[in-house]
Design a protein around this ligand. Structure first.
Ligand code: FAD
Length: 309
């Protein structure tokens, strides 16, 4: 069994999104031996979900995340980063400095966690048959919802982008936002304002789904209304934000929903474990440029620690 194999690695990077790949490249640049493990069968992480133009990663503008990823893949290949796909982190043995993955065990000097984020789930939707899964892609599968009435829950970019994509096919879309302010970027709210089949409910909470009704639908509690509102919908699509992918390392200090606390050098509460990218930045500061910059800082700090001996 592979887990009996122990491989020595100076820096083990977990996650091959922009943060992990940037860390691997910086390890090369600084002469550190590094392995990057990635749970999925591809690099890039969230880049695959970006369908807007990327114009805030100077000096180039990319049509979307796929265009960015194409160049990132080519760059990672030319830099010969050791990236191992289909290999997920399972646990870190803090006392032994060992990292256990699905395939083997690594004896490490340093770990860089670049594991990004995952979608939050709503407990009021658990077990409901009218809820679309978080993985539902509105760009790839939007046409399957042609003529349907859809409730999207959330006020961030993903909620608005999903609404925009689905509004091309759906009979009507409602967006329910719990708070009184939107998190979505203005470019998304502007694009969506051109669609006549989209209605926005602010300060609104989903109470429960009602599959037993004809037609089926949901009950919403809207701020200022005494009675809950029954809304007939065919499907509910939750897009309610993200949490840090940090469950495999429970011993680290956190803030918010699973986001890892670090110092200015990206060190977590365990000094030889670093965190970079969205897993430490949270939704408010999620960006490609910050993730790449943090990767440099973590790697440089590791290099300096190694020189000190
Ligand atoms: C719709 C959308 C639009 C956006 N638009 C922009 C934009 O215009 N400009 C901008 O700067 N930013 C944008 N962002 C934000 C940007 O995409 C993220 O900040 C950035 O991609 C985060 O990179 P990351 O490497 O930290 O995490 P991720 O890209 O999430 O990568 C994490 C990787 O870790 C892997 N992983 C997780 N757990 C494990 C494990 N246990 N073992 C092994 N591997 C694991 C995952 O499979 C994933 O590949 C956008 C994001 C979205 C969703």
């Amino acid at each position: 069994m592979g887990k009996l194999t122990v491989e020595n690695v100076q820096v083990l990077i977990v996650g091959a999104g922009i943060a992990g790949i940037a860390a691997a490249v910086w390890c090369k640049r600084l002469g550190l031996t590094a392995v990057c493990i990635e749970r999925s069968d591809h690099i890039g992480g969230q880049l695959q979900q970006i369908h807007n133009e990327i114009w805030d990663y100077p000096p180039k503008t990319y049509a979307n995340g796929a265009a960015f990823l194409q160049e990132l893949k080519a760059f990672a290949a030319s830099a010969e980063v050791d990236c191992r796909l289909n290999e997920a982190l399972i646990a870190i043995d803090i006392s032994q400095k060992r990292v256990v993955t699905e395939k083997q065990t690594y004896q490490v000097e340093y770990v860089i966690l670049a594991t990004g984020v995952k979608q939050n789930q709503l407990s009021s939707l658990a077990g409901s048959s009218i809820v679309l899964p978080p993985s539902f892609s509105t760009t790839t599968h939007g046409a399957k919802l042609a003529g349907k009435r859809i409730l999207i829950i959330g006020g961030g970019d993903r909620a608005f982008e999903s609404a925009y994509n689905l509004s091309e096919y759906a009979r009507h879309i409602w967006i329910a936002v719990r708070g009184s302010r939107l998190r979505a970027r203005p470019e998304w709210t502007k694009r969506l304002s051109s669609r006549s089949n989209v209605t926005l409910f602010m300060e609104t909470e989903l109470l429960r789904t009602a599959e037993e009704h004809t037609p089926r639908g949901v009950f919403l509690q809207i701020q200022g209304r005494v009675e809950p509102l029954f809304l007939p919908v065919d499907w509910v699509l939750p897009r309610i934000g993200v949490r840090g992918n940090s469950d495999e390392v429970p011993g680290l200090s956190r803030y918010g929903e699973g986001f890892l606390l670090t110092n200015t050098f990206q060190e977590t509460s365990i000094p030889w474990i670093y965190a970079v990218g969205d897993v430490t930045n949270g939704a408010a500061y999620a960006s490609l440029s910050l993730a790449a910059g943090q990767a440099m800082r973590a790697t440089k700090h590791i290099s300096q620690q190694l020189k000190k001996g």
